[in-house]
Design a binder for this molecule. Structure first.
Ligand code: DGL
Length: 269
């Protein structure tokens, strides 16, 4: 099956796009709700928590794991891919969201001025700058950490005047920089996309992370038949959380946009 990992509920927006694009596969989602948010934590902690989650998903039968969480993709993925995976699961794969989004930004940009918004950890990692610069030279890259947005989305404050004021404040430097493309580098920001688009104006393209990541996964499976052949195609969806399953179901259904049935509480580490 395909494992999908996030620090909490936000990754369900990515899973939602997978279910639409690739509905026949079996999916196992793991949300580390007991330890969320990751966005303000140190590299060591984010790496350790993510490694534990990946290990757990492999133990439950995942063959391919997508880190839907930008913070985990930024701070933990490379070390997991280069050091841990070859030693422990050489025939399994872990992928993240940063490279797909960087590729989409390079394809979308008109004159090479790209903005990224994300958690503190994601922006401080500089990983988007590195990946974008690998793909194209001469880009102008502007990063902005937006630490208040995750709690506002989780509290259901999307569209409220207070949230829009905070959004405007975060986005002002990017708007003044006249970027032509904006990457929403956090699982929660697609919920704010309409307001972000309105604030940034029509000269800036705001990318759609779930759609992009689902498209890239489809392409990856086409290019890697040896992995694709090992994936269950039973259409089953199961959910694991490190916190209360009832709460996961209640808060997660709006993120997923459909009913969540099989949820189990698990302990990591
Ligand atoms: N899932 C995280 C991300 O995409 C946001 C929530 C958190 O800080 O854990 O960066």
């Amino acid at each position: 099956m395909i494992g999908v990992f996030d620090s909490g509920l936000g990754g369900l927006t990515i899973l939602k796009a997978f279910l639409r694009a690739l509905p026949d596969y079996g999916y196992l989602y793991l949300g580390d709700n007991a330890r969320t948010p990751y966005g303000n934590k140190s590299q060591e902690v984010i790496h350790e928590y993510t490694r534990q989650a990946v290990e757990f998903l492999f133990a439950r039968g995942a063959v391919l794991i997508i880190l839907a969480c930008n913070t985990a993709s930024a701070k933990a993925l490379r070390r997991i891919q280069q050091q841990w995976l070859p030693a422990h699961h050489p025939t399994e794969r872990v992928l993240g969201v940063v490279i797909p989004l960087a590729e989409a930004a390079v394809e979308a940009t008109r004159y090479g001025w790209v903005g990224i918004i994300g958690t503190r950890a994601t922006i401080a990692s500089g990983v988007y700058d590195q990946e974008l610069n690998k793909l194209r030279t001469g880009l102008k890259i502007f990063g902005q950490a937006c630490p208040l947005l995750v709690p506002l989305v989780e509290e259901g404050w999307v569209g409220k005047p207070e949230t829009n004021r905070i959004l405007k404040k975060y986005l002002r430097p990017l708007k003044n920089s006249k970027i032509d493309t904006l990457v929403l580098g956090c699982t929660h920001y697609p919920f704010l996309r309409k307001d972000i688009e309105r604030i940034m104006g029509k000269n800036c393209r705001v990318l759609d992370p779930p759609g992009i990541v689902a498209e890239k996964l489809t392409d990856y499976l086409r290019r890697h038949p040896e992995i694709e052949a090992r994936l269950a195609k039973d259409g089953r969806r199961r959910y694991l959380t490190t916190d209360d399953p009832e709460r996961f179901r209640d808060l997660g259904e709006p993120f997923l946009g459909q009913r969540i049935r099989e949820v189990e509480r698990v302990v990591l580490g």
